[in-house]
Ligand binder design. Structure first.
Ligand SMILES: [Zn+2]
Length: 339
């Protein structure tokens, strides 16, 4: 499978947690956690549609200000998800600045914040033109009733609550089906890729009829457009397979409840980003700080039958000898781990 969603650690395994998942055929990206984001370009951050925050510890949330600053003056809604109490954290961040004059901005930037967990849960919007005052929104159902927190035609995001002294969220993003374009067939038909590929995929995911006409782009310098039926395009150039699954797990104590939850959430993930803060040699410290060791991360990934494990959130004490953590995770996972 050639993935359409390309997730990567923003700050490597040692820096603040943040995974940026770029959508190859869309002007869109999703972020898991918002630690320090200064390495990200403005262009990349402006593609964000949704941000899923595990918890509001500073190393997971300090990038909020950069995202806010970049989006001011733009016409956009950004959805943020976080644990119970998260809307208060966002509101407190916003209250830290003066917001006179913004009500006249020609474009409105709006944050929609959804708390995820067990009730009572809050949801609220904060709009630039309203000086980021809080407006209540309909809240999500508790996770025990519905673990799916975002459901779109093409993808879904599920969450579980982890115990990390405070509630902390782990997330899984799944494409409902994976739709690949056969480039050889595409060229043989005299077509070339363009934004129409995304529209075609959306039409398939929305279950539109085979007779629907799709505007396609011809190859060649003039790049003329013509129409083809959805049915013909599906038959000729699309290959549909199981969707891609990306799981993001951080800041979890090694408890039976957490392990069972993570194994279920990350089952058969194509990529599992899993914290591995300490080595087994520091197991006691890992337990005290409510973090996983590299061995535990590898063992959980193997039990979940994840295809790839990317360990991260390494403690600074291993700087210069990261192989200790990579080798330990690899041994427990019984295959190479990625970076
Ligand atoms: Zn952390």
């Amino acid at each position: 499978m050639r993935p359409d969603i390309l997730p990567q650690l923003v700050n490597g395994p040692e820096g603040d947690p943040a995974v940026y998942a770029n959508f190859k055929y869309e002007r869109r990206a999703i972020l898991f956690d918002m630690g320090d984001l200064h390495l990200m370009s403005a262009r990349s951050l402006l593609k964000l549609s949704h941000v899923f925050v595990s918890h509001a510890h500073v190393d997971h949330f300090i990038g909020f200000d950069q995202v806010l600053r970049l989006h001011l003056g733009r016409s956009k809604t950004l959805d943020l998800y976080g644990p119970p109490g998260f809307s208060d954290h966002v509101e407190a961040k916003l209250r830290g600045y003066s917001w006179n004059l913004v009500e006249n901005y020609p474009h409105d930037f709006r944050l929609c914040v959804f708390e995820v967990g067990e009730g009572p849960l809050q949801a609220a919007s904060f709009s630039c033109r309203e000086r980021f005052s809080r407006t209540p929104l309909a809240s999500l159902e508790p996770l025990s009733e519905n673990p799916v927190i975002l459901d779109e035609p093409g993808l879904r995001v599920s969450a579980i609550l982890l115990e990390h002294d405070i509630p902390c969220l782990a997330y899984a993003l799944e494409e409902k089906q994976h739709i690949n374009v056969d480039k050889v067939r595409l060229e043989a038909l005299g077509l070339r890729v363009g934004p129409w590929i995304r529209l075609l995929k959306e039409a398939v995911m929305n279950g539109e009829p085979e007779s629907s006409q799709i505007r396609v782009l011809a190859s060649g310098e003039d790049g003329a457009e013509r129409e083809m039926s959805l049915g013909a395009l599906r038959e000729e150039i699309l290959r549909v397979s199981r969707g891609q699954k990306i799981a993001y797990v951080t800041d979890a104590a090694f408890t039976d409840g957490n392990v069972e939850g993570i194994v279920g959430l990350a089952r058969n993930a194509d990529i599992l980003f899993c914290e591995a803060a300490f080595s087994e040699e520091d197991r006691i410290r890992a337990d005290e700080r409510r973090h996983l060791t590299a061995h535990q991360a590898g063992w959980i990934a193997r039990r979940a039958e994840a295809r790839r494990l990317v360990p991260f959130h390494f403690s600074p004490k291993y700087h210069g000898r990261l192989e200790v953590l990579y080798e330990e995770a690899s041994r427990a996972f019984e295959r190479e781990v990625g970076s």
